[in-house]
Design a protein around this ligand. Structure first.
Ligand code: ATP
Ligand code: MG
Length: 337
C-alpha cells in the first residue's frame, strides 16, 4: 500500500516560535517518525510575498532561519522532503487555474484572512495576492496530492477552501486527479498559543513570541514580562487563572499536571506570587528548549549545507509536482501537441 502524503509549511517571515512548535512542528516530527507517511514540508516564500512584497531581504534571511528551526526540532531531511515554494513552478500554474473556480465573495468570507487583514491594516489597500493566498495554499496541498495537513487551528478555513477547490476542479474537468485533504490539529487547547502580551495568537508578525532560537537569558526575560492577571496586585490577592498566559503555558509545557493543578488552586486562593509561577515556568520551558537550541547552533555552523539540503528537497518536490501537473493539463485538455 502506498503511504499517505502529508504536506505543511511555514512562511519565511521571521524565526519560528513556540506557537509553531506546539501548533504544528511537534505533530510533524511524530508523524515523520511514525514511518506511516511520506512527509513534505514547505518554506512558503511565495506566500510570504503576499504581505511582504517590498521586503525581499526579510524573506531571504528568514528562509535559512526557518530551515534551521526545522532541523533543530528534529525534522530530518532523510525522512522529510524540505523544499522552497517558489522553486515549484507548477504551483503558479495550478494556482492560476484554481483562481477561476472560486468567487471573490467566497474569498472575502474567509475568517482567518479577514482577521489578518484587520491586524495588518494594509495602508495601500489589500494586495490582490493576499486576498487570494488561500487559493495558492490550496494549490500547494493539491499538487502533492496530500491527504493530511498538520497545522494550527487558524488553518481550518484554508483546508475547507482547499477541499472546495479540489471538488470544483474534479467536477469541472470530470476527473479524480486531485484529492481532498484533512487537517491534523494539535490536542484541544493547544491549537493556538497566545502571545506573551496576552494576544490571542503568538505570531511572527506581532513580535509577541518566544523563538526557538532565543537564548536562555532571553527566555527568562520574556517569561518575566508575560501577561498574567492585572487584578493580582498583592501576593495575598486571589488571582485569576483564566486568560493568564503563564498558566496557559504551564498547561501545555509542564508534564506534571497534578503540580499545575496545585499551583492553580494556590494562585486562585491567594498567596502565590507571579514571580514564583514564572520561575517555575522558566524551569519547565528551559528543559524543553535547551536541546533544541543546542542542535540549532550546531546546524548554523554550516549554512551552505542547509542551502544544499533545500535545493535537493526542492528538486525532489518538483518532480512529484510535475507528475500531478501532467494529469492536470491532460484533464483540462491542454495537452494540445
Ligand atoms: P505570520 O504572522 O507571518 O503569518 P505566523 O506566526 O502566523 O506568521 P505561519 O508561518 O503563518 O506563522 O504559520 C505556520 C504554521 O504554524 C501554521 O500551521 C499555523 O497554524 C501554526 N501557528 C502559527 N502561530 C501559531 C500559534 N500561535 N499557535 C499554534 N499554531 C500556530
Ligand atoms: Mg500566519
Amino acid at each position: 500500500m502506498s503511504k499517505e502524503i502529508y504536506l505543511t509549511g511555514d512562511r519565511p517571515t521571521g524565526k519560528l516560535h513556540i506557537g509553531h512548535y506546539i501548533g504544528s512542528l511537534k505533530n510533524r516530527v511524530s508523524m515523520q517518525n511514525s514511518g506511516d507517511y511520506l512527509p513534505f514540508v514547505m518554506i512558503a516564500d511565495t506566500q510570504a510575498f503576499t504581505d511582504n512584497a517590498r521586503n525581499p531581504e526579510k524573506i531571504r534571511q528568514s528562509l535559512t532561519e526557518v530551515a534551521l528551526d526545522y532541523l533543530a526540532v528534529g525534522i530530518d531531511p532523510a525522512k522529510t522532503t524540505i523544499f522552497v515554494q517558489s522553486q515549484i513552478k507548477g504551483l503558479f500554474e495550478l494556482t492560476e487555474y484554481f483562481m477561476n473556480l472560486v468567487s471573490v465573495a467566497r474569498l472575502q468570507r474567509n475568517p482567518t484572512v479577514k482577521s489578518e487583514i484587520k491586524q495588518k491594516g494594509f495602508d495601500e489597500g489589500i494586495p490582490a495576492g493576499f486576498l487570494t493566498y488561500p487559493v495558492s495554499q490550496a494549490a500547494d496541498i493539491a499538487i502533492f496530492r496530500a491527504t493530511k495537513v498538520p497545522v494550527g487551528d487558524d488553518q481550518e478555513p484554508m483546508l475547507e477552501q482547499t477541499r472546495e477547490l479540489v471538488r470544483s476542479f474534479n467536477n469541472a474537468y470530470k476527473s479524480d486527479v486531485l484529492v481532498e485533504p484533512v487537517g491534523v490539529f494539535p490536542p484541544k487547547g493547544q491549537g493556538r498559543l497566545p502571545g506573551l502580551d496576552g494576544n490571542a495568537k503568538m505570531s511572527k508578525s506581532l513580535n509577541n513570541g518566544i523563538f526557538l532560537s532565543d537564548d536562555a537569558d532571553t527566555l527568562v526575560k520574556k517569561v518575566k514580562s508575560m501577561y498574567t492577571d492585572p487584578l493580582h496586585i498583592n501576593i495575598t490577592d486571589p488571582g485569576h487563572v483564566e486568560g493568564n498566559v503563564v498558566f496557559t503555558y504551564l498547561d501545555i509545557f509542564d508534564p506534571d499536571k497534578k503540580r499545575v493543578q496545585e499551583l492553580k488552586d494556590q494562585y486562585t486562593a491567594g498567596g502565590l506570587g507571579d514571580m514564583k509561577i514564572k520561575k517555575h515556568l522558566i524551569d519547565v520551558m528551559e528543559a524543553e528548549m535547551a536541546p533544541i537550541r543546542q542542535r540549532r547552533e550546531e546546524f548554523a555552523k554550516d549554512i551552505p549545507a542547509v542551502l544544499d539540503m533545500l535545493q535537493e528537497g526542492s528538486n525532489k518536490a518538483n518532480a512529484v509536482a510535475e507528475e500531478t501537473m501532467k494529469d492536470v493539463r491532460h484533464v483540462m485538455g491542454l495537452d494540445y501537441f
